[in-house]
Design a protein around this ligand. Structure first.
Ligand code: FAD
Length: 475
């Protein structure tokens, strides 16, 4: 079984090749932010607090595509809400400790409205490169036109680029031999909504992370027969210990104790609360849960009810899948079992390598955050490049990255554009625009003629100062 990314083109893996119309170019005021998930929204909101305009490019037709379109219905935030708030806005007091995905989406929508974040939707960023001669980022986005048959390509130009396209941008589906032989249904966890339609069916869930566990629980509660294929070890922890969040306890302990000791304490309590997980097929890895998180970014699984079904045998643990058969799968131990459906809860990956060129500083070849950098400089690269939401610390890390990136951009913006005074703001913007367009045109590329032809002014009719969209648009 080999890891493979579904969809090679950035932005959702559409395999359709479409007609592409001539490129247009847009000089944007302030930074370009790629992605309107929680990270992109958090940077945009913070920039708006600093009175810095921005342009958010989002491939889907709404904010937070992952939470809206690629998660199961019963999903709740895994961590208590205090650890998941975005900068400048608390969760409403009547939200439960672990908000549902619908609560979270409600929060994100009101967050976007409150901070006046209006992304440009349907814009898939396919390329971003730094034009060193012009000292500008040239960001190409493709949008569908004519009902999706043709596409329009636009180049957005700015001195600053914020990468907020997420660690979970593309689904990962392993290649399993004999897939074409299997007569049942095969899907990825991003396509699973609820267990109703699997009632009475034998369903194999491949993967034992938080999603895999929770889908097995959901399948059980809807009268299906789930089997969970476990390849390697897994750290299952109770979501709460002694009435407090396990994550919160761990964070507090880490202030005083070394990570290895905190891991030992967590595992001791986990053993007291859950018993021996190994006895039921869930072998614990050699390293502790926090150490693994630190080294690989892989989170421990927080139990929200699946464990009791594993102990009672309602969720059965099975080995790694070797291949598909006509009516099921063969496992690596040689046994075969029949299934009606197979769900891959095998995770996601970043799509940054497909579209971000000229980097090499902030991201690894597979689009993860480079780990060797000093931790408090992880969000900033050279040439006005920023990375938000890639620290492996979920929403908490995204918020922290967003605050720092936005403050840094605001400092540069104020120094370069408004002279720190705030007076004559529109004129200064106009001046920056002239300089940038001039630089861009001088240094050529597809964008130059379009930029030259660009109609732009500081009239409110031509661009929306309050929401800070485009400084110039093509005629
Ligand atoms: C099932 C599940 C449950 C989770 N639960 C939690 C939790 O409880 N707590 C927690 O802290 N974290 C959780 N996470 C992790 C979660 O992904 C992040 O915390 C959060 O969504 C990160 O936000 P983001 O904006 O960085 O990325 P995303 O939410 O992935 O948003 C990225 C956005 O960028 C857009 N995009 C991607 N590529 C392009 C492109 N080329 N051009 C234009 N737009 C693009 C996407 O459409 C998307 O809207 C969970 C993840 C999953 C999958």
């Amino acid at each position: 079984m080999q890891g493979q990314v579904a969809g090679d083109d950035a932005g959702g893996g559409s395999s359709r090749r479409r007609e592409s119309s001539a490129a247009a170019a847009c000089l944007v005021r302030g930074p370009i932010i790629v992605g309107a998930g929680p990270s992109g929204l958090a940077v945009a909101a913070t920039l708006s607090q600093h009175a810095v305009p921005f342009t958010v490019l989002e491939r889907s037709d709404g904010i937070a595509d992952l939470w809206t379109n690629r998660t199961y219905d019963r999903l709740r935030l895994h961590l208590p809400k205090v650890f998941c708030e975005l900068p400048h806005a608390r969760f409403p007091a009547d939200f439960p400790t672990y908000p549902t995905k619908h609560d979270f989406l409600r929060y994100l929508r009101s967050y976007a409205a409150r901070f006046d974040v209006s992304p440009l939707f349907g814009r898939t960023v396919t390329r971003a490169r730094y034009d060193a001669d012009a000292s500008l980022w040239r960001v190409t986005a493709v949008s569908a036109a004519d009902g999706g048959v043709a596409t329009t390509e636009t180049e957005y130009v700015s001195p600053w680029l914020v990468v907020a396209s997420g660690e979970n941008a593309e689904v990962v589906v392993p290649t399993v031999k004999g897939r074409e032989r299997f007569a049942g249904e095969v899907l990825h966890s991003s396509e699973y909504r609820r267990g109703e339609r699997f009632k009475g069916m034998r369903v194999l869930v491949v993967g034992c992370g938080n999603s895999g566990m929770e889908m097995c629980l959901d399948l059980c509660e809807h009268g299906a027969m789930p089997f969970m294929s476990v390849r390697s070890g897994v750290h299952l922890l109770p979501r709460e210990m002694f009435g407090a969040s396990t994550f919160g306890i761990a964070m507090k302990l880490l202030r005083w104790l070394p990570i290895k000791l905190v891991d030992r304490l967590l595992l001791l309590v986990a053993r007291m609360v859950l018993g021996d997980t190994e006895k039921h097929g869930l072998r614990r890895p050699k390293l502790g849960p926090l150490e693994i998180k630190n080294i690989t970014g892989k989170s421990p699984v927080l139990d929200v009810g699946a464990w009791s079904f594993i102990k009672s045998g309602n969720i059965k643990i099975v080995p790694e899948v070797e291949s598909f058969t006509g009516n099921g799968v063969r496992f690596v131990d040689g046994n075969e079992m029949a299934f009606d459906a197979v769900i891959f809860a095998t995770g996601y990956r970043s799509n940054v390598p497909f579209w971000l060129k000229d980097d090499g500083e902030l991201f690894t070849e597979d689009g993860k955050a480079k780990a060797e950098q000093a931790s408090d400089d992880r969000w900033r690269g050279p040439n006005g490049l920023y990375r938000v939401g890639f620290s492996g610390r979920g929403l908490l890390g995204a918020g922290a990255d967003a605050l720092r990136a936005a403050a840094d951009i605001a400092g540069r913006w104020q120094a370069e554009v408004a002279g720190g005074s705030g007076s004559g703001w529109s004129q200064d913007l106009l001046l920056l625009g002239v300089v940038v367009v001039h630089r861009a045109c001088m240094h050529g590329g597809v964008a130059a003629p379009a930029l030259l032809a660009a109609r732009w002014s500081c009239d409110d009719d031509d661009h929306d100062l309050a929401s800070g969209r485009l400084l110039c648009s093509t005629p």
